[in-house]
Write a protein that binds this ligand. Structure first.
Ligand code: NZQ
Ligand code: ZN
Length: 388
């Protein structure tokens, strides 16, 4: 049975090779001073920066530069972005990049007019914004997080060894997102596949919970099949537009609040991965890949029906003459093979974690209760050890 829910997603999407043209339609809706947020320089190399600057100038905008957003944006960078926005009386935040730029823009948007320290308010006390929120728009250059159509904003505090996501409401979601699959073509293969695994895991996090027959799970299965098929094509030929466009579209739908409607969700792979990320600063999707199989093997007995369904519906495992346990195991084996094929079969040690970090990572792991098994601390430690 589907539980009761409300659904509203206010982000306007523009998808395809000409999607950037729609920036001309969106910009007039917002004020004159635009904070142009971007990362370490990829958009200057691939020409996206020049195209956007031209559109901003044509629309009479005053541009305030805010580059250098790092993967896994830090709390120090957040303070800098807030200072830039305040000093220049910015009206609109335009994020051009991957999830890091988009998350960062949202974190700045709720902090500019807020007197409290944003880290303490949003990431330690998990309070909601009461202040005026600056509008955010996004031009996406990497498919993965779904940040372009959700309220998530993950910030890392290296000093406190914490990487925490706050999922804000509709009022913080980007007002629009421009999705041109061609913009993702310049991504290094490692980033592309890390993004692909992130997408896949977002779907798993919402799928592996509950036993009811509900539409959200059927949607999840369809998205997973599309990600698997397109990923295998994209690793062979990263220039394949059909595959890259399917991946980009799946990323958005994997985490734009749709497939979690009316059901519980798990999110423990993300909690483990984020805690490991706080210690290693490793690429988000790879931290998830490192902990996934040990975690899923551990919880499988508690959600055996769903894992068998996953094997049959997503991986096409033949069920005749096999026990539910055999079917479920075969599903995870197929998933492990796929991870190898696309190049995300990594361990936490590959990502720079060491044995002596395990206790700290376990302390930084937030334990949630929406999945098939509420982990205790010993189980967290055991899963992390197996992920090393
Ligand atoms: O910084 P630049 O030079 O732009 O390079 C970036 C960066 O090094 C590069 N890149 C992006 N697009 C490119 C490109 N390089 C060449 N060509 C392009 N077209 O890729 C690198 C990674 O970018 P980043 O934005 O960090 O990756 P991603 O999109 O995976 O975002 C990761 C962040 O999002 C958070 C993660 O925790 C992490 O902090 N997440 C946000 C979520 C949300 N809002 O809902 C959910 C996710 O689970 C995730 O936690
Ligand atoms: Zn993720």
């Amino acid at each position: 049975m589907l539980g009761n829910f409300s659904y509203h997603n206010p982000t306007a999407l523009y998808f395809g090779e000409n999607a950037l043209d729609y920036l001309n339609e969106e910009l007039p809706k917002f004020g004159k001073t635009v904070q142009l947020i971007y990362g370490g320089g990829s958009i200057k190399k691939n020409g996206i920066y020049d195209s956007i600057l031209e559109i901003l100038e044509k629309n009479g905008k005053t541009v305030v530069e805010d580059g250098g957003v790092m993967p896994n944006p830090t709390v120090e960078k957040l303070y800098e972005g807030v200072r830039i926005a305040r000093e220049n009386k910015v009206d609109f935040l335009l994020a051009v990049g991957g999830g890091s730029c988009c998350d960062y823009a949202k974190a700045v948007s709720v902090s500019v007019n807020c007197n409290d320290d944003p880290w303490d308010k949003y990431y330690i006390r998990f309070e909601e914004p009461e202040c005026e929120i600056l509008p955010v728009g996004c031009v996406l250059t990497m498919a993965g997080t779904g940040s372009e159509m959700n309220g998530g904003a993950v910030i890392t505090n290296h000093e406190q060894k914490l990487k925490i996501g706050h999922v804000f409401g509709d009022n913080v979601m980007p007002k629009f997102a421009i999705l041109n699959p061609k913009f993702t073509m310049s991504l290094p293969k490692k980033q592309m596949t890390a993004g692909i695994y992130d997408i896949f895991n977002h779907i798993c996090e919402q799928y592996f919970s509950g036993e009811d027959d509900n539409t959200s799970d059927y949607l999840s299965e369809a998205l997973m099949k599309s990600v698997i098929k397109s990923s295998l094509i994209a690793v062979e030929n990263p220039e394949d537009y059909e595959a890259r466009s399917n991946i980009m579209w799946c990323a958005t739908w994997a985490l734009n609040t749709l497939i979690s409607r009316g059901k519980d969700t798990d999110w423990m792979v993300h909690m483990l991965g984020q805690a490991a990320g706080a210690y290693t600063d490793a690429t988000h999707g790879l931290t998830l890949a490192a902990v996934s199989l040990p975690y899923y093997k551990h919880i499988m007995p508690y959600g055996i029906h769903k894992f068998a369904r996953f094997a049959k519906e997503v991986w096409g495992v033949e069920t005749k003459g096999k026990t539910e346990n055999e079917i479920a195991n075969e599903g995870l084996e197929r998933m492990a093979d796929w991870m190898k094929k696309i190049g995300v079969a990594v361990s936490l040690s590959d990502l720079g974690a060491t044995k002596d970090m395990i206790e700290g990572i376990a302390d930084a792991t937030i334990i949630l209760d929406g999945g098939y098994k509420v982990l205790n601390r010993d189980e967290v430690v055991e899963i992390l050890k197996q992920s090393l």
